[in-house]
Design a protein. Structure first.
Length: 344
């Protein structure tokens, strides 16, 4: 082993009756031009900070005929850990490289680079399970209910808006449910996303029971034959037991309409949280049972290696990654594309 591894409040207001709001699109609500929104961010550029963490100081190793030995692996190990790849994933990568070097499978910089990419893709591939495939396989579920959870600041409500755009571009009908009733700003933000995507939003008054809001949304979507309901929930820390209990209540209430609902419980995590995000996900998973993740803000962090740590420590699919500010910069996760962008 090498280097580090070797050292190893309750609102009492009465909620109004739920209403469906489908406001007309307004140019003033669109922060990006239509042409700009049609051009998703280049993944390689979006991962620049993480890519630099991998590659700075490594370029000379991958050019020309270099000695493939402990010094190179020591440097690579440091780079992997600095990018928050995590000890388990880094151990797997370094051990497999060492084994291939010993067996003469790797004998120059080019073969090392190719093998590194192969190992990294193999780690991430089990996480590559697109949500659109799940929806296609769940044909009996209409609407398909996506419950979106996470802590404050992870990009949850924004991700919901981008998800709505993603599914409407696929020809699906979408309804949003404003289940974060603790913050009026959260409801307003979701309404704006509904306006941008021209999809209905179910709301109630501030302080209303979130389970009631989401129940009404699913009931309305069922009667209107809407394909997908995406429900927002209040941001919370995994240590807030009362709020975690509220999520469990939402799932129980939805079960009265459809025993399988929600069909997807998606947690949104901020890649910049690094290893701390893993504990958050595990606690949410233990409390309510997650089925997928959306990892946001990969364009703003050098810790994009967290996806490798997620793959090695959590048995959960990465449905989407967020790599920019534009409406279509939340994209389905592609393991090969991600690794190629990092090692470009």
């Amino acid at each position: 082993m090498f280097g580090f591894i070797k050292r190893k409040q309750k609102n009492t207001a009465t909620a109004s009756k739920a209403t469906v709001e489908t406001p007309p699109l307004s140019d003033s609500t669109l922060t990006d031009s239509a042409s700009a929104e049609d051009k998703p961010a280049d993944l390689s550029q979006s991962l620049e900070k993480t890519r630099r963490t991998f590659s700075d100081g490594m370029a000379d190793f991958f050019l020309g005929k270099k000695n493939i030995g402990d010094e190179l692996l020591e440097e690579l190990e440091t780079r992997l850990l600095s990018a928050d790849v995590g000890v388990d994933a880094t151990t797997t990568i370094i051990d497999e490289l060492q084994s291939n070097i010993s067996r003469k499978v790797i004998n120059d910089a080019e073969s090392l680079h190719l093998k590194l990419a192969e190992i990294m893709k193999a780690i991430l591939l089990p996480c590559e399970q697109p949500l659109s495939n799940v929806i296609a396989d769940t044909k009996a579920a209409k609407p398909f209910v996506i419950l979106v959870v996470g802590i404050n600041g992870a990009g949850k409500t924004t991700s919901i808006g981008k998800l709505a755009n993603y599914f409407t571009r696929q020809g699906k009908s979408v309804m949003l449910a404003a289940g974060d009733t603790f913050r009026a700003a959260a409801v307003e933000q979701l309404q704006e996303w509904g306006q941008r995507n021209n999809v209905p939003v179910i709301t109630q008054g501030t302080g209303a029971d979130p389970a009631s809001v989401i129940y009404d949304a699913v009931e309305s979507a069922t009667s209107k034959k809407i394909d997908i309901v995406i429900a927002d929930t209040a941001g919370r820390l995994h240590t807030q037991n009362n709020l975690m209990d509220e999520l469990a209540k939402i799932k129980r209430v939805l079960g009265k309409l459809d025993a399988d609902a929600p069909h997807e419980t998606l947690i949104v995590i901020d890649a910049g949280f690094g290893q701390n995000a893993l504990h958050q996900v595990q606690q949410f998973h233990d409390s309510i049972g997650l089925t997928g993740m959306a990892v946001t803000k990969l364009d703003g962090t050098a810790k994009g290696g967290i996806l490798f740590s997620i793959a090695k420590t959590l048995n959960l699919p990465v449905r989407f990654i967020g790599v920019g500010e534009k409406i279509n910069d939340l994209r389905p996760f592609d393991a090969s594309e991600f690794v190629d962008a990092l090692l470009e």
